[in-house]
Write a protein that binds this ligand. Sequence first.
Ligand code: ZN
Length: 483
Amino acid sequence: MKKIIVLTLVVALFIPLVGCGEKSDKKISNYDISISLNADMTLDGKMTYSFTPNSDISSVYFSLYPNAFSSTAEISPVYKMDELSAYPNGKSYGDIQITTVKSRGKALDFEVTGKNNGTLKVGLNETVKSGKEIDIYIEFKVKLANVKHRTGYGDDTVNLTNFYPVACVLENGKYYESVYYPAGDPFYLECSNYKVSLTVPPTYVVASSLAPISTVWSADNTEYNYERENVRDIAFILSKNFNVLEKTCNGVSVKYYYYGDKNPEKTLDTACSSLRYFSDKYYRYPYAEYVVAEGDFIYGGMEYPCLSLISSSVSNDYRDYVVAHETAHQWFYGILGVNQNEIGFFDEGLTELSTALFLSEYTDTSLDNYVNQAINSYLSIREALVYAGNTRPPVMDRNLKDFSSEAEYVMIAYNRSEIAFNDVRKTLGDAKFFKFIKGFINQNAYKNVTLKDFEKALNKTSKTAGKVFNLYVNGEKVVQKAE
Ligand SMILES: [Zn+2]
């Protein structure tokens, strides 16, 4: 964590890639989604999810993220202390109702269950053999809360992310159910191909993570048609106030949708420069478009494949930092996936270090300075937590439920993890570090990796660096003030 639409028939300059499926001997799944936004801030949606399971299954699970915003959710999507900034117009609720589930014309039984009613379980009426394609058709209705969050609307933007039933990852014959906690990013997603039709009132400008294919205008609404292959998720940020700046960087069309930014050229330049930097250091940015959108959001920003949401509340140098941070997530989360519910520190720490590495070249602030800021933040949060009686060792690989506050999450997933990856970098030396990270991404692009996968690869490169990293992860390494 930590933005004018054009024409008919713009053919996406998508560069064909090796699909998730092809790399992990699993066929890539497909979403075909059609949604329309109504004036009362509800969405009517239909989708078909097609996939080929790699084990015998008799049910399919989906995450229902909008139910995290329901009045009956057991876990609030924001901490108490953040409620005023998340709900400036008063407490508001949203949810998702599933109205129809079918497969090839036949109705299927389904149940909405789990924490926050966050899981849709669909029965298949039979055991479907591994390797046989399954289509699930779902109709749904979403009510958006008036909340400055991932799914909701504020005074300036409508944030349409995580609004559709999202397929849960099937591992060893079992589905992983993500739970929406206020700390971190409760996502574990596989790459899929998407076709989306979005219909909105004509007054909105749409920032989309997908490649535009065609637009149909009528008096009452505008229908946008999009596609994108091989991405983990999709996102739309809508506003009646968007201005748009665009430039091409490294062959990628980079667009910035903004309404409050006093220096939009600078923000666009940061997006471009960081995209170029990470492309050079790690892996060529594989899509034809990258979008940055300003929006109503309680945190600094939020990453989606090909789109970064940047809160309108951040400005100046902090905005550059957030833009670079969310851009780095295109690699650490987007291209290289992990289960963020369990090891949120992994992508955040690599993203934080990458941001510091980029900014140390892009600005006058040195890398040591950035790392020292992380050390100081870590030590002051730790001191405050211990003072308040929280003496839990700083173990890094813990589920989102095991964070008592946003501050504790920042301390572990951002600060300690950045410091850990920086120590790995110092142990290996820059040349070997970048070679290792580049190699690891190349080997695992579009897949999900585990902590074990990373540790195994790191130990193979350097046992010393592996030991250094492990001492941080298991909580033993004591972080000390820089000299
Ligand atoms: Zn982040």
